[in-house]
Design a protein around this ligand. Structure first.
Ligand code: NAI
Ligand code: MG
Length: 503
């Protein structure tokens, strides 16, 4: 009985199925959970079982207009509130999220198929950290004094942009939403988020929780599909900034609309991130790095996934064998089971896409694709979108698997023996999001760090996004930065110059 009305729990719950039902069929507009103006909904499915767990409101231009109008009204008072007070309220949001980490982890595992222990709970904790970080930055919205002449005081002040439209994907929806919403709010903006059609419920729960603290209308959430709900949000005349994470293809559409409206846009798009392993590094450490970098625990559904791994020829075979052995030992299974390392792919569409890449790689002459780990045997998971991680070698540079973002548990290994040649190979990509270099030779490591075309280069580590480090790519990987103080100041505010003639 998915359509039976269930009250939204006011206290944290570990009944993720009930929570999914309670949040079904709703947007959050003006502080209230409301159905779509059209009354229509679409199904939300658990990718580990194929079961429908709830519905989401099918948003369109009428819902977008309603949300943007209330956001624009709420933003006026919010912008007048002292910045530190805004920060204090955002810090309170972190407290509420912390109290709900377990339920948010369970709900996101249910709707995305990401394993609770390795991915989903971790994501919920990072979301709380992002709100806590930005909550402390209210007093940092500073401008400058600019030398002009002794009789003229010339200063810059930073002002919010107005209503921010945020469009998010499904791979780490809570975290990517937090990276947009927390800085936008502290900066004095109001936000309308369009969630991803595959994962609308956990982000809606966060929005509902935060609306208990924030003034109504400031943070609104719409669910729906890209062309019908995302596009009208970008086009709405009162939306004065758009921040988008997703595919390059849609990023270009968003940027084109933003250019026509003459509004700023931040784009966090795909990647094909290289990892370069030299023969002087402890192999076990590099293998650990490859496991984390490739985000095997997230089925490789990460824009920074180390999907091209270049290994010095002297250690290539040993590295390939050790990596396969480590991935073999990872457990694929029920995302909500604490023993599970790897859950499922998000949707049938992505499943087909990833499976197509794997089949193509396997059919390529001269290439081998080693399937790792084991498919779950639990009959309840028979319809689950599980894909065995694949490690390919012997592919040519021209292969689609090497050039395109697969967004699945597929990595390609290549041997090298010359650091300048491998640098050129690593940079031979349309993308430029992240890269890592593994060597104890500081000279080589630093030269490569400077020469790699990427927004983030790590030497001898590969950590996930941190709230205080700015993050964003070059080339087709996007425009602008997310996370950090810089992202809030440069991308959610504009600078006004004020001059006072004292003569
Ligand atoms: P997508 O770019 O179609 O969807 C991302 C978001 O954009 C969703 O909320 C979607 O509803 C919205 N959207 C779609 N069309 C729109 C439009 N015309 N106007 C405004 N909003 C629109 O990505 P999708 O289809 O989910 O995944 C396709 C590929 O994109 C993946 O295989 C992966 O390669 C890449 N991707 C990259 C992500 C990243 O973290 N950079 C995240 C998700 C996908
Ligand atoms: Mg799409």
């Amino acid at each position: 009985m998915l359509d039976a009305p269930v009250a939204v729990p006011s206290a944290p719950t570990t009944d993720e199925k009930l929570l999914a039902q309670a949040l079904s069929g709703k947007h959050l507009i003006g502080g209230r959970l409301v159905p779509a103006r059209s009354g229509q909904t679409f199904p939300v499915v658990n990718p580990a079982t194929g079961e429908q767990i709830g519905t989401a409101a099918l948003g369109d231009a009428a819902d977008v207009d309603a949300a943007v109008q209330v956001a624009a009204a709420a933003q006026k008072d919010w912008a007048k509130m002292p910045a530190r007070k805004r920060g204090a309220l955002v810090a309170k949001c972190a407290e509420i999220i912390t109290a709900h980490v377990e339920e948010l982890g369970r709900l996101i595992a249910l709707e995305t198929g990401k394993a609770l222990r390795t991915e989903s709970r971790v994501e919920a904790n990072v979301v709380a950290d992002i709100f806590a970080f930005y909550g402390g930055l209210g007093s940092e919205l500073k401008g400058e004094s600019v030398p002009f002449s002794p009789d003229v005081l010339s200063v810059t002040v930073r002002e919010p942009l107005g209503v921010v439209g945020a469009i998010i994907p499904w791979n780490v929806p809570m975290l990517l939403m937090a990276l947009k919403v927390a800085p936008a709010l502290v900066a004095g903006n109001a936000v309308v988020v369009k969630s991803a059609e595959e994962a609308p419920l956990a982000v809606l729960r966060i929005c509902e929780l935060l609306n208990r603290v924030l003034p109504p209308g400031l943070f609104n959430m719409l669910s729906g599909f890209g062309p019908d709900c995302g596009a009208p949000l970008v086009e709405h005349p009162k939306v004065r900034k758009v921040t988008f994470t997703g595919s390059v293809e849609v990023g270009k559409i968003v940027a084109t609309t933003a250019a026509k409206k003459m509004i700023p846009v931040t784009l966090e798009l795909g990647g094909k991130s290289p990892m370069i392993v030299f023969d002087d590094i402890d192999l076990a450490r590099a293998v650990d790095g490859a496991i984390t970098s490739m985000r095997f625990t997230r089925q490789g559904q990460s824009c920074t996934a180390a999907s091209r791994i270049y290994v010095h020829e002297k250690v290539f075979d040993a590295f390939a064998a050790a990596l396969a052995k480590r991935v073999d030992a990872m457990v694929m299974g029920d995302p909500l089971d604490e023993k599970t390392d790897i859950g499922t792919i998000i949707s049938k569409e992505q499943f087909e896409k990833v499976s197509g890449f794997i089949a193509e790689g396997k059919a390529t002459a001269g290439a081998t694709g080693r399937a790792c780990s084991a498919m779950p045997t639990d009959p309840r998971l028979a319809k689950g979108l599980f894909v065995q991680p694949h490690i390919f070698s012997g592919l040519s540079k021209a292969s689609r698997l090497v050039q395109q973002e697969i967004f699945g548990p597929v990595t390609c290994l290549f041997p090298f023996n010359d650091w300048q040649a491998v640098l050129a190979e690593a940079n031979d990509s349309e993308y430029g999001l992240a890269a890592s270099v593994w060597t104890n030779n500081l000279q080589v490591g630093l030269r490569m760090a400077h020469a790699l075309e990427a927004g983030l280069v790590q030497i001898n580590q590969n950590l996930v996004v941190q709230a205080n480090l700015s993050y964003g790519g070059v080339k087709s990987s996007g425009l602008g930065k997310e996370a950090s103080l810089e992202a809030m100041l440069e991308h959610f505010m504009h600078k006004k110059t004020i001059m006072v003639n004292m003569a």
